[in-house]
Design a protein around this ligand. Structure first.
Ligand SMILES: Nc1ncnc2c1ncn2[C@@H]1O[C@H](COP(=O)(O)OP(=O)(O)OP(=O)(O)O)[C@@H](O)[C@H]1O
Length: 231
């Protein structure tokens, strides 16, 4: 289980998150929704160690991991697919994958990535930055997938992509979850997110305004409230 306890976070002197409590049970999909500027990205950044919280605690498997850098958290099974994807554009697809692989497991890692996204297999020698936006997103997801994470934080991974690619990415998220990874999903396509999620948190101005099971919420009402919803 991943737990955020009373999390306060922000930038410089500006506090964005205020006392956020959030739980991602093992093997579950949790959708984190809210209007622009609510603090969703900030929450994922704080949870993955990219920014240091101002207060509260981050607990992974019963142990506090507060202050741990992102690569250590990922090695412990908590990985983040950030906004902007976090790939190395001037390296090849192969090298992007190898960098994320354990030593001696490179071949296996590349095979695992290609099994999730066969298109990457045709592009191993291509510079990542020259691929289409959808292919770059697949690479970002594949880099996380090869690490077999227990928890994956996903920041708007469908952003700006064609509907067919979004379908492919959601299919992949289903596979990731079926293999046992728990997902914390920030997503502009509210109804799509609620279709796959078990639990939902609504964030408003840095505070949790609702937490519960997806079956308790009216997906259309939430979708109507937020930009990009309903598709
Ligand atoms: N690096 C930063 N420095 C200062 N303020 C920031 C920084 N990043 C975000 N903020 C501010 O923090 C607040 C929350 O932003 P955040 O990106 O977490 O919201 P969000 O819910 O992810 O929004 P969106 O749906 O628009 O991506 C906003 O007011 C934003 O301007």
């Amino acid at each position: 289980m991943l737990e955020l306890r009373g999390l306060d976070a922000g930038y410089g002197g500006t506090q964005v998150l205020r006392g956020v409590d959030l739980i991602v049970p093992d093997g579950s999909i949790v959708a984190l929704l809210g209007p622009n500027g609510a603090g969703k990205t900030t929450l994922l950044r704080a949870a993955s160690g990219l920014i240091r919280p101002m207060g509260g605690d981050i607990v992974l498997g019963g142990e506090s991991v507060l202050g741990m850098p992102p690569h250590d958290l990922c090695a412990r099974g908590l990985c983040h697919v950030p906004e902007g994807r976090g790939i190395f554009p001037s390296l090849t697809v192969r090298d992007n994958l190898i960098l994320q692989s354990k030593a001696g497991k490179e071949k296996e890692s590349i095979e695992r990535a290609v099994s999730a996204f066969p298109r990457l297999g045709e592009r191993l020698a291509q510079l990542a930055g020259t691929m289409s936006g959808g292919e770059q997103q697949m690479l970002a997801l594949a880099r996380t997938y090869i690490q077999k994470p227990r928890f994956v934080l996903l920041d708007e991974v469908s952003m700006g992509l064609a509907p067919k690619i979004v379908d492919e990415i959601f299919e992949f998220l289903g596979r990731l979850a079926a293999e046992g990874s728990a997902l914390l999903l920030v997503e502009q396509y509210v109804t799509r997110a609620l279709d796959v999620a078990d639990y939902v948190y609504l964030l408003n101005r840095g505070r949790v305004s609702f937490a519960g099971e997806v079956s308790e919420v009216d997906a259309d009402a939430i979708a109507a409230e937020y930009v990009g919803g309903g598709h």
